[in-house]
Design a protein around this ligand. Structure first.
Ligand code: NAD
Length: 435
């Protein structure tokens, strides 16, 4: 089958390459020339373990092509996957501008039957909107079907997740489109949920919101554990081994971030409110998450003193989690913002992320600078704050670090350091209820 992927970001590039692996011919369409240039040369424009090798393999074999020629790309392909971004608007709802642009282009350029698949995370009712947008741009009525097929991959393990999904969700009322989607996904062993577009669209939001809820639940519980002198990691393990609960997303820390959870929880809340059914549990999930970085700031003040002005802290980790270069809504950047407001000096490090001025809103300069090595970063600081759970930070030589620091304070935003080990070295250690 000839497949068009519109939007060659994290999701689009991964999805396209998975279909190459399944033996399909794939075209990647994007409006960003720089990204296309890199992809065409077999180079990823973002960091995702294992994906560049696959890209290079399929570019060399001619299984995947990249273009900005919308007209030709739409005409030539049978199945069109919309993988463009759906960012958060000010009121919390999903911005469908990019999806609308793509749908209108499809309507304008299609000359024969197409299956149009929304892989982007889109609110309930979007399949219907996409149908209307396509029709509104058609010069003559040419048949097509719209399918909702949400993506569940995680950045950092995108390739594994896309090759080994827990389930595939196909939302359509068209028998013909369902048949084509079944054929596309026939190599996968996981359960396939066939449903209507609205249910499919909601499944994605409900899944991400549920995971965010688990994180906020354990984070709020960690505050009680802190008060009672209980180790929250023991509590997580104790409840996570219950198969009805499961161990994942129960690690107390700085809260969730990234390009999906914050925007998806907000978009679902927006849908719920617009329909007069407020989801009060999720409202609290968002609040708890926002409070979490302030909770850590409070711990830092308890350690270093309430006046942080002039104190220098080393922030280790800028991406919202390990194994990705994505800093969108990263808890690390939220904390840095709080620390800057307290007039602390920030020295930052990340193994992959290179912050450029103007890209994150942080005032990069003498008071907020990124260093290349951990040693340079911690040198002369009053505290180390661990913000991202990169493997590199799990193996730090704390004895050597202590010699470089002004004061031996560790604030562990991810409960990733062995408290007993660093305390034995003389560090003042604070994590999230890991007593
Ligand atoms: P991204 O920002 O990395 O990529 C989107 C791409 O779309 C960009 O390269 C952009 O240039 C391109 N684009 C925008 N308008 C276009 C147009 N008119 N024609 C062609 N290309 C266009 O986004 P992403 O992280 O891959 O996310 C895409 C969607 O998938 C979002 O809805 C997101 O919520 C969802 N999703 C993301 C993840 C994830 O982990 N990143 C996981 C599951 C679902």
């Amino acid at each position: 089958m000839r497949i068009l992927i519109v939007g060659t970001g994290y999701v689009g590039t991964t999805t396209g390459l998975i279909f190459c692996e399944m033996g399909h011919q794939v075209t990647g369409l994007d409006v960003d020339e720089q990204k296309l240039k890199a992809l065409h040369a077999g180079k990823l424009h973002f960091y995702e373990p294992g994906l560049e090798e696959l890209l290079s393999k399929h570019v060399q074999a001619g299984n995947i092509l990249f273009t900005n020629n919308t007209n030709k790309a739409i005409k030539k392909n049978d199945v069109i996957f919309i993988c463009v971004g759906t960012p958060k608007q000010e009121d919390g709802s999903a911005d469908l501008t990019y999806v609308k642009n793509v749908a209108q282009s499809i309507g304008k350029h299609m000359k024969e039957y197409k299956v149009v698949v929304t892989k982007s995370t889109v609110p309930v009712g979007t399949a219907q909107l996409v149908t209307e947008w396509i029709k509104s741009c058609q010069k003559e009525p040419i048949p097509f079907d719209v399918v909702s097929n949400p993506e569940f991959l995680r950045e950092g393990s995108a390739l594994y997740d896309a090759l080994n999904p827990d389930r595939i969700v196909i939302g359509t009322t068209s028998k013909k489109a369902r048949g084509i989607m079944r054929e596309l996904y026939q190599g996968f062993q996981c359960p396939i949920i066939e449903t209507n577009p609205k249910s499919s669209e909601l499944i994605k939001y409900a899944a991400n919101s549920f995971l965010a809820m688990k994180i906020s639940y354990i984070n709020e519980l960690a505050r009680l554990c802190d008060r009672l002198g209980i180790n929250v990691d023991d509590v997580s393990q104790g409840i996570g081994l219950d198969q009805r609960i499961g161990p994942h997303f129960l690690k107390a820390g700085m809260g969730y971030g990234g390009s999906c959870f914050p925007k998806d929880v907000n978009a679902l809340l927006q849908t719920a409110n617009a329909n007069g059914i407020p989801l009060t549990i999720l409202e609290r999930v968002v609040q708890v998450n926002a409070e979490q970085s302030l909770y850590l700031l409070d711990k830092i003040k308890q350690g270093l003193g309430s006046n942080l002005a002039g104190k220098t802290v080393a922030v280790l980790g800028l991406s919202f989690k390990a194994n990705t270069d994505d800093t969108r809504e990263s808890p690390s950047l939220v904390l840095i913002d709080h620390l800057l407001k307290e007039r602390a000096n920030i020295k930052m490090h990340d193994p992959i992320v290179k912050l450029e001025e103007g890209t994150t809103g942080l005032p990069i300069g003498p008071h907020c600078q990124q260093l290349q090595t951990v040693a340079e970063t911690v040198s002369g600081t009053d505290a180390v704050i661990l913000c991202t759970d990169w493997d590199e930070y799990k193996q730090l030589d704390w004895m050597a670090i202590q010699l470089l620091m002004k004061q031996p304070y560790i604030f562990d935003g991810r409960n990733m350091v062995d408290k007993a080990v660093v305390e034995a070295l003389g560090f003042h250690y604070t994590g999230f209820a890991n007593h």
